[in-house]
Design a binder for this molecule. Structure first.
Ligand SMILES: [Zn+2]
Length: 363
């Protein structure tokens, strides 16, 4: 057998896998048995989108009202569609037993923190001057969702699409990786750190009822096509979905909603678009930004490894598999999908968790 060592700069890195109750724990040590030191490098990269799709669409329905939740539960089942609900505690708490049961049974739905009382928190506001009140709105609410609904909160949806400097600081300290706000537009598939529109703490969105009238359906369809064509991450901001006009802010009629969901489903089923909940899209992108793929051929085996750089963030939340593309060099790689053809080359597709290593037979 080979000695499995990879030299990275002056340090030897090993990734070992201690699978805990729910997610792999990553550890660094000084001896590697994962990557052979006498292999030849293979060409590989991490796909910008899960399963190498072209774009991402995330639906976030704001506020967490009970009637909206019931409709979303129904539609997400009917269209097999992921939905994120940005819930304010003040709304969700009234029906928390229902939310708990529904989120447990419908894995397509998730609840993401949208503050405690849905208060505007921009610089200059009364609340911006009170760390105590900001802590209640941003941190106590986060704890409420984590305690009541289990999953760790790494995303935040800004009430009224505004946030003060102290609020950003609290969000950052509490492990929030992404914040959706209200500037209109598409997001890049790899946002930068920062608070400017399109950056991690100020992700852009399209309001589902920004356009009304006869062309609205076509406009919404074009968003999806744009996300595919321009390789973007489209975040749609929804509110209520109703059988008839309810006078609410940006309520979409159920008939229009269903048409749009059917279009998303079609683009998802044909492999062009990844429909993802907010948290899973954020995990995929952040993981990709913090991982490097190592691919080496040695003795009829392809050795793959995803090395993780923490860069100061908590990598224990990294539990979404990344899609790794490996260039076909004329040999069959056992157990992988492919080859698929793109950009004039053939590629195999593998899935690895951050920190994971695999050895695959080639023939
Ligand atoms: Zn809201």
């Amino acid at each position: 057998m080979n000695r499995y060592i990879r030299k990275t700069g002056n340090t030897l890195i090993q990734f070992s896998y201690l699978f805990g109750k729910s997610r792999p724990q990553l550890q660094r040590a000084t001896n590697s048995k994962d990557i052979p030191d006498n292999g030849t490098p293979a060409e590989a990269y991490i796909a910008p989108v899960y399963k190498d799709r072209s774009g991402i669409v995330t639906i976030i329905s704001d506020d967490g009202h009970f009637s909206t939740g019931k409709m979303i539960d129904f539609l997400s089942n009917k269209y097999d569609m992921p939905f994120t609900i940005g819930g304010a505690v003040i709304n969700v708490a009234w029906h928390e037993a229902w939310w708990e049961k529904t989120i447990t049974h419908n894995s397509r739905m998730e609840l993401v923190n949208h503050s405690y009382n849905h208060i505007r928190m921009e610089n200059g506001s009364d609340i911006a001057a009170s760390t105590k009140r900001l802590t209640h709105e941003l941190i106590h609410s986060k704890r409420y969702f984590e305690k009541r609904f289990g999953a760790e909160q790494i995303c935040f949806v800004c009430p009224e699409n505004r946030m003060c400097s102290k609020g950003y600081e609290l969000l950052r300290q509490s492990g929030i990786l992404a914040v959706r706000q209200g500037t209109r537009g598409y997001n890049d598939l790899s946002p930068d750190q920062g608070e400017e529109p399109g950056e991690w703490y100020n992700l852009k969105t399209m309001g589902i009822m920004d356009q009304t009238g006869p062309d609205a359906r076509e406009t919404r369809k074009k968003w999806l096509e744009d996300a595919v064509k321009e390789k973007k991450w489209l975040i749609e901001m929804w509110h209520n979905i109703s059988d008839e006009e309810d006078g609410g802010y940006q309520t979409i009629l159920r008939e229009d909603a269903e048409k749009h969901l059917a279009e998303i489903k079609e683009l998802s089923d044909n492999g062009q678009l990844w429909a993802a909940k907010f948290t899973e899209a954020v995990k995929y992108i952040v993981e990709r930004q913090h991982c490097s793929v190592i691919a080496v051929n040695c003795n009829d085996e392809l050795h793959l490894s995803l090395a993780v750089r923490s860069d100061g963030i908590d990598t224990s939340v990294f539990d979404h598999p990344l899609t790794v593309m490996i260039r076909d060099y004329g040999k069959k790689i056992e157990g992988l999908d492919g080859p698929v053809f793109k950009d004039g080359s053939a590629w195999y597709m593998a899935e690895l968790l951050p920190g994971e290593s695999k050895a695959l037979f080639i023939s």
